[in-house]
Design a protein around this ligand. Structure first.
Ligand code: IPM
Ligand code: MG
Length: 367
């Protein structure tokens, strides 16, 4: 049966990079018999401009009716002064939460071809292959109560205000992300490092306790714990010590940017956000980069690799996913580089040239 892919380009470079990923999907349809249909929807600032909402009902319906979702990026200067409740980011957060996409997989893999594009020494990062499992629909991002309230006190001659957010996790929320982390580790090097701040925050004291409990069901996987401040330091100092890291929504947001940069460019890394049934949304981990939007400069590889993750996790097409991964490696081997990963002696490509080269490489694999 034809599977349906919802495509949300979003804002900024989202539009350019998703166009390249769509070329890849179309090549798979035409040359490799992939049976999918694509339908585009609005999200983020683009949706706000058109409908007044960053996540219009029609987009939500489209996402619900699809087997998988491909998303570019949301946000930009233009919408920065909007109320937080209608900011582009709210569209993305709404989609994650409405579809219960609680498990966010963020691999950080260093391509050998890019070992010297990292700001870290080659020996620190070469061979790096770690997976961050970030809880995505709970924690401080969604906890209630939240807001800005007025106090009885005064500041600068005006009533003083107080901002507040709530860090909450229920045991069932922690359990389900723990299972994802342990199952992911079983397919890898069988080590999970759970990152928390259990020395200060009760919520993550509970996190640690539940991780231990669930860990007993996976005796083949080694579980360790690390405080988040130390984890940030260790990621920069000796990142290869990690196999799978599992952590809360906000810690995962921060650590995954850090891990991404170890690989040379945030423009290389895809992500998957999955629900209980492996329905998923796939997106690059970088943002909308409004500073370079519309210039045909952005790196589409993270989005193209997100298509590969989609084929693997939601569309049961691991063979085609391997082909995309291979095609990307071939282009890197041939010296193709967008500006973010360009080094002397390589060939600088635009966004669309990178997409075209990956598509040609893919075609050459169809023998
Ligand atoms: C990410 C992004 C989002 C997040 C923003 C755009 C809401 O930084 O996917 O990491 O904080 O989750
Ligand atoms: Mg982030």
């Amino acid at each position: 049966m034809t599977k349906k892919i919802a495509v949300f380009p979003g804002d900024g470079i989202g539009i350019e990079i998703v166009a390249e990923a769509v070329k890849v999907i179309e090549c798979l349809q035409q040359e490799f018999g992939l049976d999918v249909e694509i339908e585009e929807g609005l999200i983020g600032g683009a949706a706000y401009d058109e409908t007044g909402s960053p996540l219009p009902e029609a987009s939500l319906d489209l996402a619900r009716a699809s087997d998988a979702i491909l998303l570019g990026a949301v946000g930009g200067y233009k919408w920065e002064s909007l109320d937080i409740s209608v900011r582009p980011e709210k569209g993305l957060l709404g989609l994650r939460s409405e579809l219960s996409l609680f498990a966010n997989l963020r691999p950080a893999i260093l391509y050998p071809q890019l070992a010297h594009a990292s700001t870290l020494k080659e020996e620190v990062v070469s061979g790096l292959d770690l997976m961050i499992v970030r809880e995505l629909t709970g924690g401080i991002y969604f906890g209630q109560p939240r807001g800005i309230r007025t106090l009885d006190t005064q500041i600068n001659g005006k009533p003083e205000r107080q901002g507040f957010n709530t860090l909450v996790y229920s045991e069932s929320e922690i359990e389900r992300i723990a299972h994802v982390a342990f199952k992911t580790a079983q397919k890898r090097d069988k080590r999970v490092c759970s990152v928390d701040k259990a020395n200060v925050l009760e919520c993550t004291e509970l996190w640690r306790e539940v991780m231990e409990r669930v860990g007993k069901e996976y005796p083949d996987v080694e579980l360790s714990h690390m405080y988040v401040d130390n984890a940030a330091m260790q990621l920069v100092k000796a990142p290869k010590q990690f196999d799978v890291m599992v952590t809360t929504n906000m810690f995962g947001d921060i650590l995954s940017d850090c891990a991404a940069m170890l690989t040379g460019s945030i423009g290389m890394l895809p992500s998957a956000s999955l629900d209980q049934n492996s329905k998923g949304m796939y997106e690059p981990i970088h943002g909308s980069a409004p500073d370079i939007a519309g210039q045909n400069k952005a790196n589409p590889v993270a989005t193209i690799l997100s298509v590969s993750m989609m084929l693997r996790h939601s569309l049961a097409e691991a063979g085609l996913a391997d082909k995309i991964d291979q095609a990307v490696a071939m282009v890197l081997d041939n010296g193709g580089r967008t500006i973010d990963i360009y080094t002397e002696g390589t060939r600088q490509l635009s966004t669309s040239e990178m997409g075209d080269e990956i598509v040609s490489a893919l075609k050459s694999l169809n023998v």
